[in-house]
Design a binder for this molecule. Structure first.
Ligand SMILES: Nc1ncnc2c1ncn2[C@@H]1O[C@H](COP(=O)(O)OP(=O)(O)OP(=O)(O)O)[C@@H](O)[C@H]1O
Ligand code: SF4
Ligand SMILES: [Mg+2]
Length: 329
């Protein structure tokens, strides 16, 4: 059984429309499904605005679903209440992008990290300080951090504190929403190594959200590529990076310079002209999730599009160990 099963979830946000006009919706997440195995890292990648954080918030029950279901250890999270809900809140933790905004500036580290122990009553009072010091050491900080406030730390150290806070309650699943993108590049590698160590030492599963494909390649076991609220390709990370199938996945990889192998340079043969050209992704071309193109939502940017592509939306189907939504497969 998978730890987390996300089944056809949707989240539509209402947007202001003029008086007398029909209600408009942002289809932030529009029928997303995936499974996260125990003790594994499942990555979600895609450009800004494709719905990654909305998926994270739905998993955490921080937002209500428009449609679909989410199961944690086989239990529909919509139905869990009371003691079960408390247990769920403990088992599933989140690490956000901005470590400064997610720490209370008036709380010392010792108080921030003691709080979950007290709320969830998971350690006797006299043990809490030792547990907090143990956590600080686990994330590469020492006992001298105990009495400091968030502003006394660097960005990377603050993210270490946020990771320590997520670990206080021994979660089974941590959702990390762009945990590196607010940090300097030199610090990113350190935090990435920390996450890798935690993954090796504990049986925690991770949903790792990022637009940085190099990081995803390094850390994840499986990856889902999102485009305008939908998953367009899911597969085992090594396989997907070795041979991307969906034209959008190919473009994402081709646009990430450091993982682009010569052989992977995207020379796409146009079905119409049969000319081959080098293509990369221009984020200025990204369409709005309010006016999603008809047919395949990617068709206006797709260098491999077919005649059918602006008319019919492709279904998600299995093809060679991948789940993929594209008329080419
Ligand atoms: N509360 C909200 N009300 C209205 N629209 C929203 C709300 N939250 C998100 N959206 C919209 O939903 C879409 C998806 O947003 P989301 O934050 O999930 O994207 P993302 O993939 O996390 O982007 P980024 O990489 O920039 O963090 C965006 O168009 C966003 O503007
Ligand atoms: S369905 Fe058509 S437009 Fe969409 S990705 Fe596939 S080839 Fe491109
Ligand atoms: Mg986001």
């Amino acid at each position: 059984m998978s730890l987390l099963t996300v089944d056809s979830i949707k989240k539509y946000f209402p947007v202001k429309s003029g008086f007398g006009k029909p209600q408009n919706w942002v289809k932030a997440v529009d029928g997303v499904s995936f499974k996260v195995k125990k003790d594994s890292v499942f990555a979600i990648v895609g450009e800004s605005g494709c719905g990654k954080s909305t998926v994270a918030r739905l998993i955490l029950k921080l937002l209500s679903l428009t449609d679909g279901r989410i199961f944690f250890k086989g239990e529909d999270i919509l139905n869990i209440k009371g003691e079960e809900l408390k247990k769920f809140r403990r088992s599933v933790q989140i690490v956000f992008q901005d470590p400064f905004a997610s720490l209370n500036p008036r709380m010392r580290v010792v108080d921030t990290l003691s709080e979950p122990f007290k709320i969830h009553r998971i350690a006797a009072k006299h043990q809490i300080k030792d547990r907090v010091v143990g956590l600080l050491e686990k994330v590469g900080l020492g006992a001298d951090a105990l009495n400091k406030y968030p502003h006394e730390f660097s960005g990377g150290q603050r993210q270490r504190i946020c990771i320590a806070r997520a670990l206080t309650v021994s979660p089974e699943l941590v959702v990390a929403d762009e945990p590196l993108s607010a940090l300097d590049v030199s610090i990113q590698a350190q935090i990435l190594n920390l996450l890798q160590d935690i993954k090796k030492e504990t049986a925690i599963s991770l949903v790792f959200i990022s637009h940085d494909l190099r990081v995803v390649h390094y850390l994840s076991d499986e990856v889902a590529v999102m485009y305008l609220g939908k998953i367009v390709e899911t597969g085992e990370t090594e396989e997907l990076f070795k041979s991307p199938k969906h034209p959008y996945t190919k473009l994402l990889l081709a646009s990430a310079p450091k993982i682009r192998a010569k052989s992977q340079e995207l020379r796409v043969k146009s079905q119409k002209t049969h000319n081959s050209k080098l293509v990369t992704l221009n984020s200025n071309d990204a369409p709005s999730p309010i006016t999603i193109p008809a047919g395949c939502p990617f068709h206006p940017r797709c260098p491999e599009r077919l005649d059918i592509c602006d008319k019919e939306a492709p279904e998600l189907k299995e093809s060679g160990g991948r789940i993929i939504s594209c008329h080419l497969y």
